[in-house]
Structure formats: C-alpha cells, structure tokens
Design a protein around this ligand. Structure first.
Ligand SMILES: Cc1ncc(COP(=O)(O)O)c(C=O)c1O
Length: 445
C-alpha cells in the first residue's frame, strides 16, 4: 500500500491530465493553477487574486460563483440529480426553454438542449439537413461556413469552421462543405470601434458559391455574427442582413453561432437582436448558465420545428439528442443565470459600457508592435506583430506574463490577444485591465 506522502504526490502529479488546446509541456513546466473564484477574480492555490479578463472562456457573463446560481445548483442537486430527456422531462427544462425563447427575437421559439457549443453546432447542422430532407429536398446537403470561423471541435464544426490548425490534422472532414471569405481586412478596417464600414459586399460571395454548386444542393450557411475565437472580428455594417437576403432568395437556412455572442456580450440577449437579422437556427452555450454547468442548445424558428411535426404521433420526429440534454443541474443554473442577467440588467450594462470599453482598448494604439485593435460590446481583440519565424510565441508569452506578472487572465489566438471580462466589470476595472495589458505588451516587445 502506498504511504500517505506518495499518495499526496500522486494526486498532485501533473502528468495524467492531457490539457485541451494547451501546450502541455510548457504548461507543466510552469503551471497556471486556479483554485477558487468570486465575481471578477480567480484565486490561485497560494491565495493570489487574478482578474478574469475573459469571463472564464467567454462564458461566466454574470461573474464567478454568484450566490443565486450556486444556491440553485445546490438545491437542484438535492432535489433531482438526473432524469432522462428521451420520452421524459422535468419541469425546469420547459421553464428554461420558454425563458430562452422569450429572449430570442421573432419566432425563434423552439429550443433543443445539448451540453456544449460544439454539440449545439452539430445539432444545428443536423437539423438543417434533416429539415430539407423531411420537406422532400434531400438533395440540399451542402453546408457553407466561413474562413476564420470557429464552431467548436466536432466533425461538423471543424468542417464548416475556418481555422487551419483545427482542420488539417483530422482527415477529410465532412464532404460537400464550402466557405465564405473572412470579413477582415486590416487595410480597410484597422482600429475600428464596433462594426467596420468596409466589407458588407463580402456577403455577395455567397451568390458566387450558389452559382457554383446550385442552390438546390445547399442546406445552410453558418456564421458567428461576431467571430470571437479567431480574435474578435465584428461584422461589417450590413453584412449579416445581406447574407439573410441571399439565403432567403435561394431557400438556404441561415444559422447564427451565438455561442459567444449570446447572453449579453454584445449588449443584447443575442447578436441577432443587435443586428436586426433573424436566423433560422441560433446556437447558444456558455452564457446560458454563466459557465457554471455545461449546457448548449439550438433555437429554431417555428416553421423549422413544424416541418418535423408530421407522421404518426408515436414516432420520433428527430433522431437526435444527448443523455444529458436539459440536465436538471444545467437547467437550474440556466434559470438562475437568466434571473441574474435580468435583475442586474447585465445586457444593458454591457451596452452602456461599450464605448468606455472601446476607448480603454484603444489606449493601446500606438504601443510598439500593436497592429490592430477591434472592439464590439464588451469584447476586444489586439493583434501583435509576430516575432520573426516564431508565430504565436509573443502571444503565448503575453498570456504567461499577464497571469504571473500582472494577475490577469487573457486569451490568445496566435499573436492576437482577446479581452472580454464578465459583464459585471466596473469602469475602474476596465481601465485596470487595459493598463495591465499595456504593460504586458511593453514587456513582450
Ligand atoms: C462561436 C463558438 N462556437 C462554438 C464553440 C464551441 O463551444 P464548446 O467549447 O462549448 O464546445 C465556441 C467555443 O469557444 C465558440 O466560440
């Protein structure tokens, strides 16, 4: 039998955990450990308070360990730990679906639950394919994504996604996928606050793709209203409306991936509302539970749902679902989160802080090596010049230094920094965060 000290060593051994989307060897040489959190701060095992400049991973929109959410999860765990969502349901799943539907614009009224953003994307793509199938248009099998898009890590999501490293290691992916061009041009858009003026015409590339493949073969187009993971790319003014028009013209479903933009990040419940464009399917995750319990989902317009409601009533209409769809703990956390967002006016708060946030981010303009800054809602992306022959090294060092030297968590994609704190951030903390980022940039140049 192992003695106590070797057991302690084992439980603290860093070898066994294969960290996702992380350089494991570098991490294990100098781990960044987080042991607790409250509101806008993490706490390290040695008690250091670290500012969360990324709302967890774009998810803890109400801040960390909020008492009402914690209490709701605790109560739910004691009352009903689990019940299946296939053929059975618990009351909170209906309550949460109704609340989400009420937040969504127009007739986006039918909510399918899953457990993550990646599952939400696969769910939406499958619903789109099946929708055409049940209506007798089974030849509509093509899916259109966008370069630089991030739609999670399932095979569907990486197929329509447009980030090379998420795709190139994983074989041939889904067949019959095409991509719109990314909406970013530094030449035309550098240092824009909010939606850039230039770029709406890039939506017309969809017409080119339709002309190439034929509309009758295309099921759906999927885009993030604001591309988050690639480094915060707000949509050009008018771009999303133009996509909507072209999709309508050709009977193509439009899917918004609102995994990041949902639940307040852009100052609205959903970006669809901010931009006045209603997709046919809307994917959400992350902020639905303020990150406290995994959950994702897809909101469908009524006509999409109705298309499935045919055939004998004992027969399943959509052969899709997850063991943990509408998990009771997630539903409880979701309801408590939506209450908090409403009671504290957090979406409106994000909106009212937007220009202050953009100004604070733009104070970094002019620092050596800062090539561009983009902002929208409470999100900012900062492009740093790459070191010669070492793309991503400067960004990685910035993230390390932010944590160890500045007590700040930020996100990196290559040499781009992303900053998107919980929506409870104060004006003072916004200034503090960007002052820290400024010092970090100075240190890595
Ligand atoms: C736009 C978007 N879609 C999908 C996902 C995938 O979500 P998850 O990591 O929960 O699978 C993410 C995650 O960051 C995302 O930003």
């Amino acid at each position: 039998m192992a003695d106590i000290s070797s057991l302690a060593r084992q439980t603290n051994d860093l070898d066994a955990f294969w960290l996702p989307f992380t350089p494991n060897r570098a991490f294990k040489r100098a781990p960044r450990l987080i042991a607790g959190a409250k509101d806008l701060h993490y706490f390290t095992p040695d008690g250091r308070a670290v500012l969360d400049g990324l709302a967890g991973l774009w998810c803890t929109n109400a801040g960390h360990n909020r008492d009402p959410i914690v209490a709701a999860i605790q109560r739910q765990a004691a009352e009903l730990d689990y019940s299946p969502a296939f053929h059975f349901a618990h009351p909170k799943s209906f309550e949460l679906a109704s609340r989400v539907a009420a937040l969504a614009p127009a007739d986006l009224n039918r909510v399918f639950f899953c457990n993550s953003g990646s599952e939400a994307i696969d769910t939406a793509l499958k619903i789109a394919l099946a929708y055409h199938n049940v209506r007798g248009e089974g030849a509509r099998t093509r899916l259109i994504g966008r370069e630089r898009g991030y739609h999670g890590v399932g095979f569907g999501g990486i197929s329509v996604g447009g980030i090379v490293n998420n795709r190139k290691f994983f074989g041939t992916l889904l067949a019959g996928v095409d991509h719109l061009p990314a909406t970013y041009s530094r030449e035309h858009q550098a240092f824009t606050k909010g939606e850039p003026q230039w770029g709406a015409h890039l939506a017309d590339e969809l017409e080119r793709i339709v002309a190439l493949h034929g509309a009758s073969t295309i099921a759906a187009v999927i885009v993030e209203p604001m591309a988050g993971s690639t480094g915060v790319l707000p949509p050009p003014k008018g771009y999303l409306a133009r996509l909507r028009t072209i999709c309508d013209r050709h009977g193509i479903l439009l899917i918004f991936d609102e995994v990041i933009t949902g639940f307040g990040r852009l100052g609205h419940a959903f970006a669809a509302e901010r931009y006045g464009v209603t997709p046919d399917l809307l994917c959400f995750a992350k902020g639905i539970t303020s990150g406290a319990v995994p959950m994702g989902g897809v909101i469908a317009r009524e006509n999409v749902y109705d298309a499935f409601m045919r055939g004998p009533e004992h027969a399943i209409e959509l052969f899709h679902g997850y063991t943990y769809s509408a998990h009771p703990l997630a539903c409880a956390a979701g309801l408590a989160s939506l209450d908090l967002y409403r009671d504290e006016g957090l979406f409106e708060r994000a909106k009212s802080l937007e220009s202050r946030y953009a100004d604070a981010a733009m104070t970094l303009k002019g620092l050596p090596g800062v090539l561009d800054i983009r902002t929208v809602g409470l999100a900012a992306g900062v492009d740093l010049a790459s070191r010669p022959d070492a793309v991503g090294e400067r960004g990685y060092e910035a993230m390390e230094r932010a944590f160890h030297d500045e007590d700040l968590v930020i996100r990196i994609t290559g040499d781009t920094l992303a900053i998107a704190p919980p929506l409870i951030v104060s004006e003072g903390q916004i200034g503090e965060i960007f002052a820290k980022v400024g010092r970090v940039i100075g240190a890595v140049m």
